[in-house]
Structure formats: structure tokens, C-alpha cells
Ligand binder design. Structure first.
Ligand code: FAD
Length: 459
């Protein structure tokens, strides 16, 4: 009997445990279901849908090399799978396990009526599998990472299997009919310029980064240069696996490679948090922050305008504006600048981090339920980590320290003519008339934030 492979965020043929198992058991029917119902209010954002279209298209091309196809269906996953099983007489549905709460629910539902075989493979270790001495999953990164380094087996990614074709193919939607790409206005021009999507592109990107990994320790913090791997959307959509990355970097022993490995482990850590606290992105982990006096954008027109100024990169802080415009244009933002821009929204503007998390969810090509929320709650200090709220980043000195001048020139053309010494803080008569004034001064913002923090603590 044919075997169904249910693809989700694992859009690859290599190191795909579900595909390998299916191929060993019979003819393979690869399936992707566009399911906007199961995730509830967490359906994929605009930038993710753009990536998804291109990634599915790449997967179709790879499968065509095997004379195989990708069957596309739209609807609620469990119902569509049941229909497919009936139409094809398939025996087993093979899938990589996913840990977003809606996928865990859907997996349970599918397993009630059908033969569902789940495999791990999108993470270095199955989320939740590493536990402390008392048997609980970790809440702190450093001990988590230490335990992982002790427990992690040698990584040996699987090869691409050869595929047997089914006698009959079930019907499929056309990818174009899903209209995942923007029509008018076409906001994806910057994305097309910035990204090659798909499994082959992911491996080419890794090979390129392999030559630069020894400089990663220093270069990753400098937004003006291409110092990080830019693998995040490829990893999110499962075009490449951490096992493949681990194994490709095996020979690299320097500080750059060590730091890079620990960043990949942060991704595992974020899933491990979601595994323990499935609704982590919805609210403050530390519930005392429920009383924090945010300037809530829903309650005042002026503040809604400030949220919009942040979204559009018009805050008057060049490093923040450069980052937010890079995000809008390309679907990605440099990590150091993500931290600065998030801190600015939360602490300078005193806007609840969930508004930022939501904006990132819609605009990032790597928008990830676990990684986005753990990072937002880390910056805001509302999460599992130590108290970060009173540590208020100074955007202007961060910009100088990490040499962001060329980055600002690229993304904030109004400032491109300014010399390095002025570009980080073009105030007074140095500010070009078409560049906005600061929404609030740094010192004033800092005092206001610390006051709000004290107010929450009842001091
Ligand atoms: P590299 O520096 O090359 O790192 C390699 C890989 O390690 C990344 O691709 C990513 O998979 C993982 N990684 C690195 N840093 C982190 C981290 N702090 N947390 C989790 N994984 C990490 N990353 C996402 O993948 N999705 C998100 O939705 C997301 N939202 C973020 C929101 C905020 C406010 C902040 C501060 C960070 C967020 N990050 C998110 C983490 C990080 O910024 C990106 O993973 C990184 O910038 C991606 O670029 P890269 O692939 O070149 O990273």
C-alpha cells in the first residue's frame, strides 16, 4: 500500500526521516496541506507565506527529478489526511514531529483515526527530552547547553532516498491557486533580491558560511557586514537540518564555530521552552508583569502612531530605523539590531512586547513560534531568564560600538551623506529635514521606563 509523507516545516528530501521511512515501506505520496484553520490566530504571516510559496516550488522541482510529485491540498489537516487515505488506500502517514501546540493537537487527532508515524529530525534533540536532576526540562540556557553537549550523539544526517511511485496520483491544487505571493501592491521585491529559497539554496548558503565561520565570534555583531549565516528561514522551514549543519562544521574547532554551535542550540532551547509552556508567546511568563503600566497602543491614538513609527522605521533613532526598514524590505533583520529595536519598543516607547512579537510574526521570513517569543520575552525581562527589564540598551552608543554606519547608509538613505561621527545620532542642525525627530530622548525614555518598572514592583 502507498505511504503518505505529510510535509510541514520540513521541506527537504535529504535528512528527512519521515521520507526515508516511507520510502522503505512502499510507494510514496508526498503531501503538503495549506492549513489556516488548525493554527488559530497563529496562521502564517505575509512574509512566511512568500517564503512558503518559493520553498514548495523548490520541493516540487526536487521531487520532479524522481518523477514524483507534491500533492497540494488546502483545509484542516486531519480532515484532508483522512480524505487522502480514503482516496489512495494509503496505509501509514509519516511525518516529522512538530512542537507548536496546534501541531501537537493535530497530531493527536490524526493518530486517533489513522496510522501516524512521527519522527524527530528538525532539532538536535527532541524538545523536552533533556531533563535536570529532578526530572524537569531545563528553563535556563547554559545548563541546558551543557547537558546537550554531554548527551548529543554523533550527528549523521540521512541521504536522500530513492522513491517508488504510486500507481495513481490523487488530485492536487496548483500552487499558484493558493496566492501565497503578494499581487498588488507587490511588496516582495526586496525579498526576491535578498533570498534564494529551497533546500539546494540552503546548502549553498551553508557552504559559503563554512568559509566565514572562523570570524563569526566577532563579525556576527556587526550589522554592516555579512557576518552571520542567514540560515534562519531555511532552518525554520526545515530546508536544512541542524544535524547537517553540525556535521558540516565538525572539523571546525575555533571560537567562531563554538559560538555558532551554541546559537544553533538556542533554537533547540526555544523549542524546549515551547514544549514546556505551549502558550509562551501569548503572555508574560512572569505574571507580575501583567500589572506593568505599558502605554498600550489600543488605548490612545498618539501611542498607536508611535507603534506605527517603529514599524515603519521612523523613530528618529537611525539604528532602530535601519533595522525596521531592513525587516520590511527583506523579511530579515540582523540579530544585534533585533535586540536593539525590540528593546526600543519595549523600554523607550513602553509598548507591550506582544505588539512587537506580532509585527515580527507577520514580517519575518524566519518567524518562528518558539524563537520569536523566547527572544521577545528575553529582551522584555518577562520570560524564564533573569530580570532584563532594568537593563536598558542605549541605541545610539550600541550603533557606534558595533560600527553600524554603513548599515544605516544602506537602509536610511536620508542619512547616507552624513559622516560616521554624526550618522549614529543626527540631532540638532545635523538632522536632514526629511529624517524624523526622535520620538523621545534617550535619557527621558530611560527614566520613564525605570519609573514604570518601580511602579510595577510597588516601590
Ligand atoms: P546566525 O547568527 O547565523 O545563527 C545561526 C542560527 O542559530 C540561526 O539561523 C537560528 O536558527 C539560530 N539562532 C541564532 N540566534 C538565535 C536566538 N537568539 N534564538 C533562537 N535561535 C537562534 N530567530 C528565528 O529564527 N525566528 C524568529 O522569529 C526570531 N525572532 C527574534 C526576535 C527577537 C526580538 C530577537 C532579538 C531575535 C529573534 N531571533 C529569531 C533570533 C535571531 O535574531 C535570528 O535567529 C538570527 O538573526 C538569524 O540570522 P542568522 O541565520 O544569520 O543567524
Amino acid at each position: 500500500a502507498p505511504q503518505i509523507v505529510w510535509f510541514r516545516r520540513d521541506l527537504r528530501l535529504r535528512d528527512q526521516a519521515a521520507l526515508c521511512a516511507a520510502a522503505e515501506n512502499g510507494a510514496v505520496i508526498p503531501v503538503y496541506i495549506l492549513d489556516d484553520e488548525t493554527p488559530g490566530n497563529r496562521k502564517m504571516g505575509g512574509a512566511s507565506r512568500w517564503w512558503l510559496h518559493n520553498s514548495l516550488s523548490a520541493l516540487q522541482r526536487s521531487l520532479a527529478k524522481h518523477n514524483s510529485r507534491l500533492i497540494l491540498r488546502r483545509g484542516e489537516s486531519a480532515a484532508e489526511l483522512a480524505r487522502l487515505v480514503e482516496e489512495t488506500g494509503a496505509k501509514t502517514i509519516h511525518a516529522i514531529a512538530h512542537y507548536e501546540p496546534w501541531w501537537r493537537e493535530a497530531e493527536k487527532k490524526v493518530a486517533q483515526d489513522m496510522d501516524l508515524a512521527l519522527y524527530d529530525g528538525n532539532y538536535l534533540m527532541p524538545p523536552g527530552s533533556l531533563t535536570t536532576g529532578s526530572g524537569d526540562p531545563y528553563k535556563i540556557f547554559t545548563p541546558f547547553y551543557r547537558a546537550m553537549m554531554r548527551a548529543l550523539p554523533q550527528q549523521s544526517p540521512r541521504e536522500e532516498p530513492s522513491l517508488t511511485l504510486p500507481e495513481n496520483w490523487p488530485k492536487s491544487d496548483s500552487l499558484e491557486s493558493w496566492t501565497l505571493l503578494p499581487s498588488a501592491p507587490d511588496w516582495a521585491g526586496g525579498m526576491r533580491k535578498s533570498w534564494e529559497v529551497g533546500e539546494d539554496a540552503a546548502h549553498a548558503q551553508l557552504a559559503d558560511f563554512g568559509d566565514r565561520v572562523s570570524d563569526y565570534e566577532n563579525d556576527r555583531n556587526l550589522p554592516s557586514i555579512d557576518g552571520s549565516s542567514r540560515l534562519s528561514p531555511h532552518l525554520h522551514f526545515g530546508e536544512i537540518t541542524p544535524a547537517q549543519i553540525w556535521s558540516a562544521l565538525e572539523g571546525h574547532r575555533g571560537e567562531g564555530a563554538e559560538t555558532y554551535r551554541s546559537e544553533i542550540a538556542w533554537r533547540d532551547f526555544a523549542q524546549n521552552i515551547i514544549f514546556q509552556f505551549p502558550h509562551y508567546p501569548d503572555g508574560n511568563y512572569r505574571d507580575r508583569y501583567d500589572d506593568f503600566p505599558w502605554r498600550n497602543p489600543n488605548r490612545g491614538h498618539v501611542i498607536a502612531e508611535e507603534l506605527e513609527a517603529w514599524q515603519m522605521g521612523k523613530t528618529g533613532y537611525p539604528i532602530v530605523d535601519a533595522g525596521m526598514r531592513q525587516l520590511w524590505a527583506t523579511g530579515w533583520m540582523h540579530n544585534r539590531v533585533r535586540m536593539i529595536a525590540a528593546s526600543f519598543l519595549i523600554k523607550h516607547l513602553l509598548i507591550d512586547w506582544r505588539h512587537g512579537e506580532e509585527w515580527f510574526w507577520d514580517t519575518l521570513v524566519d518567524a518562528d513560534y518558539g524563537s520569536n517569543a523566547t527572544n521577545w520575552q528575553w529582551v522584555s525581562g518577562t520570560g524564564v531568564d533573569s530580570q532584563m527589564f532594568p537593563r536598558i540598551m542605549a541605541p545610539l552608543s550600541q550603533s557606534e560600538k558595533f560600527n553600524a554606519a554603513d548599515y544605516i547608509r544602506e537602509w536610511v538613505p536620508e542619512l547616507a551623506a552624513l559622516p560616521d561621527k554624526d550618522i549614529h545620532d543626527p540631532s540638532g542642525d545635523k538632522r536632514p529635514h526629511d529624517y524624523p525627530e526622535k520620538l523621545i530622548g534617550h535619557k527621558e525614555a530611560r527614566e520613564r521606563a525605570l519609573d514604570a518598572y518601580r511602579q510595577m514592583k510597588g516601590e
